[in-house]
Design a protein around this ligand. Structure first.
Ligand code: OGA
Ligand code: ZN
Length: 379
């Protein structure tokens, strides 16, 4: 974007761009973000903010359509900002981010089908991988199919995205009916809709469940979009919604080797009104410890949410086939399963977590090489 005009004001420089956009850049901000204040190799900031006065002003300002050059007191070199860079960093506007994908909430009817991608396509074509990650960010759930007939193929697929998150269940966890289970998922019981690991300081961002075998009677998967539930609750019973946002309650998992506790409200919302997280796991709810009056209020809201979550309005059933892997936004999409008969056949899923940081990083890196992978964003 070309620069059209630069004006010096009291606190900073006002820039106008050829498309009519404008921004004011405070002098201290320009000094701190001088491109020469970053290490050329590591790209990390090396400039020391305490080395200059807060009211610093450039003593020489020049610009062309393509760049802005400043000279600062105490520095011999001229600092040059690229016009495109200034445009992208207009203050007060949200920066272009290829990982910034609008969420589309869904209910059982509106979803239709789960978004589906072939493992090989994602592996062979980075654009397909990006398309898959977009769909995942938008809908909060995707199915990867045609994974190789190998118990490690789902695990390897995760390497296309980023580092796996280790928890007390290990990096990889085996979801099957086991003797001495440490988690209800490792039984044949039905699992009501829940999000995983509410008891963690950072609740894992995405859960991956690779189906190795699903040969037992029962064991169908169930999913629901927690953000749709939150949206409907906010519209229909705002008081209940507010209670679930207001009170933090403890969530806990403990066994012989660990005792993991975290406090979270059930609903978290961002400043811009978008939903940030739904944390709901009846099995991990620790003994709530609110004041008695608050406790009664909380229970009413919590039970209300629990009933809503179970409603057919949200419940999407799907039977995972061997060679498929479901990926869920764990702080948004609830998952569960129907009970199964372990004597009727084997059932084995292999799971792991990857955090959003990794997923977003992959999208940004893919975008560097394949800008067309972010068609939803303005260039
Ligand atoms: C889990 C879980 C569901 C299933 O492992 O967290 O909820 O289908 N599993 O077994
Ligand atoms: Zn689970």
């Amino acid at each position: 974007m070309k620069l059209k005009a630069i004006e010096q004001g009291d606190i900073g420089l006002s820039a106008s761009f050829e498309n009519g956009a404008e921004s004011l850049y405070p002098y201290i901000w320009l000094r701190d973000n001088d491109p020469s204040g970053f290490h050329p190799d590591t790209k990390e900031r090396t400039f020391d903010l305490t080395s200059v006065a807060l009211d610093i002003r450039p003593h020489n300002v020049r610009f062309t359509a393509d760049s802005l050059s400043l000279e600062w007191p105490g520095s011999d070199s001229t600092c040059t900002f690229d016009a495109d860079w200034l445009f992208r960093h207009r203050l007060g506007t949200r920066r272009f981010d290829p990982a910034n994908v609008m969420q589309k909430t869904w209910s059982a009817d509106s979803l239709g089908e789960l978004p589906r991608f072939h493992a090989k396509d994602c592996r062979d074509d980075p654009r397909q991988l990006a398309a898959m990650l977009h769909a995942f960010k938008q809908i909060g759930i995707v199915v990867i199919d045609r994974l190789a007939d190998d118990p490690h193929s789902g695990e390897r697929f995760g390497d296309l995205i980023g580092f796996k998150r280790e928890t007390n269940y290990g990096v990889m966890f085996e979801v099957k009916n086991k003797p001495d289970p440490i988690n209800l998922a490792y039984t044949a019981l039905s699992l009501p809709l829940h999000t995983d690991l509410a008891n963690q300081e950072l609740i894992p961002g995405a859960q991956f469940l690779h189906c190795i075998v699903n040969g037992a009677d029962g064991g169908d998967s169930v999913f629901a979009d927690g953000f749709q539930v939150c949206r409907d609750l906010a519209d229909e019973e705002p008081d209940v919604f507010d209670v679930l946002k207001k009170f933090s309650v403890p969530w806990r998992f403990y066994d012989e080797s660990c005792d993991l506790i975290a406090r979270w409200p059930v609903i978290r919302q961002k400043d811009d009104g978008q939903f940030d997280a739904l944390t709901f796991n009846a099995h991990l709810a620790d003994i709530p410890d609110l004041e008695p009056d608050d406790m009664v209020t909380f229970y009413a809201a919590y039970q209300n949410l629990m009933r809503r979550i179970r409603s057919d309005r949200y419940r999407f059933e799907y039977r995972l086939e061997p060679g498929e892997m479901v990926i869920m936004a764990n702080r948004r999409v609830l998952h569960g399963r129907t009970g199964f008969d372990p004597n009727s056949g084997p059932r084995h899923l292999r799971g792991y977590y990857i955090d959003w940081n990794e997923i977003d990083s992959r999208l940004r890196v893919l975008y560097r090489e394949y800008p067309e992978t972010a068609p939803h964003l303005p260039a």
